[in-house]
Every structure is written in structure tokens, then in C-alpha cells.
Design a protein around this ligand. Structure first.
Ligand SMILES: [Fe+2]
Ligand SMILES: [Fe+2]
Length: 306
């Protein structure tokens, strides 16, 4: 069945409840066949605005009160990673804007920064209205929800990502650092880890008939934002590899090889039932992540086999 991309591209929050995550993600593959320009991605952003304050979490709250202990634990595990992760990527994007090699890239990345802030606010609101918290402000809430010891996650979000942002802040003309940063931020964190987690959580909600919930609609809107970010990353790296494959392909490959073990570590829950209880297996999820990664790499024009 042909996917109605025009409809998905313009869908309101309410209409996003009728849309499957896989169809939203097909924007990325269409982007691979027919690469949009940076300004096309900017215009898509203008057309795809949404507001956290338009969502209604009252049914989500009701579900929460009736949910099992295991359901709650599984949801909190996933949402801790997302909430904290969205805040981390908001905090570290500004140096990318400063280091942007062209005004078009600078403009696109500025839209992305607003998106990441909105995603953080989305999770903050979910936490206050659905899971519940006594935290007085976002600082306290972020301390409360910080994911428990997860080596892959900590290395990505508390070590590699801030270090890359710092390199760009210290030297905005360092194009090699920009290539490495986009590989880490847009390809590893967004295209491989975040979209995989989103896909499995939204599909589980769809299977349970929960597509009219505020979380489903909002998280689908988040995924649509992410599809623009990932399109940007693919386009930028594809251009770099075409311009100078000898120089840039090895930077991308090295970054990926270093991050690969962190990907499966991040997606690995402390209790396997957080995945198996919902009809999936850990290896299925990791396999989906690596298949997505491979598709993106093909579009960029490199492979990891070597
Ligand atoms: Fe995000
Ligand atoms: Fe993003």
C-alpha cells in the first residue's frame, strides 16, 4: 500500500493518532531516494509545528493508575532514557549551530534546537501529569529521573556527546569534528537508538489500541521531528563523503565502530521482561537498530563491512 506522505507531513496532533510510526519513518527512506535540501527541511519544519500544551493526558493518567507494576517499571525505564536524552541533546546542539559550515545548515539546526527543547518539555509534562512527581522544577526532576547505571548510555550522553560539542565550541572551524559530531548525534543517537526505541513503544501502544492517548500522538509528532533531523544527518554526511571520501569516510567509520557496542548497551533493559512481556526480544530490537543503521549508511555512501 502506498504511504500517503502528504497526509502524514501535514497531519495535526489528533490525526497523528491514526498514523503508524513505520509510515512516519518512511520519510527518511523517501529522503534517501530524493534528498531534500536543507531549506526544504526548514520548510517542512514550518509546516509541522505542534504544541505540547495541545495534548491531553487524562486518558494516559487513567491507564497509569490501572496499570501493573511491571508495565509501570517498563515505561519508566524507557521514558527515563528519553526524557534525559532529549535534555542532553538540547544542551549540546548550540555548538553545532555555531560551527555550521553554511547558513542553510545553521538555519536548519536552529529549528532542530527548538524541536529538542519541545521534546524535553513533552516528557516533563508526561512526568508531571501521568507518572507523577514532587519535583519543584526541571532541575530536580531531571535528577530524579536520571537513568540508572547504564554504561553505553552514560558514555554516549555524558562523555562522547559533550566532548564533541566542546570540541566544536572551542574550534567552530573544525570541519572534521563537525563530521564526527553529526555521525554521533544524528546517526548513532537519533537514527539508530532513539528511532528504534520510539518505533517499538509506539507499535506496542497501537497493538493495545491506545492510539487516542496524548502520549501516542505527541510521541508520533516527536518521531516526525526526528525524521527531519535524521534526513539532515544523512544529507550532510553524504555530501561530505562525495566531496572527499578519503578524508571523511574514515572519520564516519571510526566513530561508528567506537559507538557500536554502546548502541546495544543502551537498548538493553535491566529486566528482560521490559521487552519480552510486550512480544519482542532484545535481539529483535538490536537487529532492527542495526538494519536501520545500515540503510542510513548505504545512503551516505559508506559501509562498515571493511
Ligand atoms: Fe528529540
Ligand atoms: Fe532530534
Amino acid at each position: 500500500m502506498a504511504v500517503d506522505l502528504e497526509r502524514i507531513g501535514r497531519a495535526s496532533l489528533k490525526e497523528l493518532g491514526d498514523i503508524r510510526i513505520d509510515d512516519v519513518l518512511s520519510f527518511i527512506d523517501r529522503g534517501i531516494e530524493n534528498m531534500p535540501s536543507y531549506m526544504d527541511l526548514y520548510r517542512r519544519w514550518e509546516a509541522q509545528q505542534w504544541a505540547v500544551s495541545d495534548l491531553d493526558f487524562s486518558l494516559d493518567r487513567q491507564d497509569w493508575l490501572e496499570s501493573s507494576e511491571l508495565d509501570r517499571k517498563a515505561t519508566l525505564w524507557s521514558h527515563r532514557l528519553f526524557f534525559n536524552g532529549e535534555e542532553r541533546v538540547t544542551a549540546t546542539l548550540a555548538p553545532f549551530v555555531w560551527a555550521a559550515p553554511t547558513p542553510e545548515i545553521e538555519i536548519f539546526l536552529s529549528t532542530q534546537m527548538v524541536d529538542e527543547a519541545r521534546h524535553t518539555v513533552f516528557f516533563e509534562r508526561w512526568w508531571r501529569e501521568v507518572a507523577g512527581t514532587d519535583a519543584r522544577n526541571m532541575t530536580d526532576l531531571l535528577i530524579e529521573i536520571r537513568p540508572e547505571a547504564n554504561e553505553g548510555y552514560n558514555e554516549l550522553f555524558y562523555d562522547r556527546l559533550p566532548a564533541t560539542a566542546q570540541r566544536l565550541a572551542s574550534n567552530p572551524n573544525d570541519f572534521d569534528a563537525f563530521v564526527e559530531g553529526v555521525t554521533l548525534y544524528h546517526i548513532v543517537i537519533e537514527a539508530t537508538i532513539a528511532l528504534t526505541g520510539q518505533r517499538f513503544e509506539l507499535e506496542a501502544m497501537r497493538e493495545q489500541g491506545l492510539t487516542d492517548r496524548g502520549f501516542y500522538r505527541g510521541f508520533t509528532a516527536v518521531a516526525r521531528d526526528e525524521s527531519r533531523h535524521v534526513n539532515f544527518g544523512i544529507k550532510f554526511l553524504q555530501e561530505a563523503v562525495r566531496k572527499d571520501p578519503q578524508r571523511y569516510a574514515p572519520i564516519i567509520q571510526r566513530t561508528l565502530v567506537e559507538c557500536l557496542p554502546l548502541i546495544s548497551g543502551t537498548l538493553d533493559p535491566p529486566d528482560p521482561r521490559y521487552i519480552t512481556e510486550y512480544g519482542h526480544t532484545q535481539s529483535e530490537i538490536v537487529q532492527y537498530a542495526f538494519e536501520s543503521l545500515n540503510k542510513r549508511l548505504q545512503a551516505i555512501g559508506i559501509n562498515l563491512a571493511a
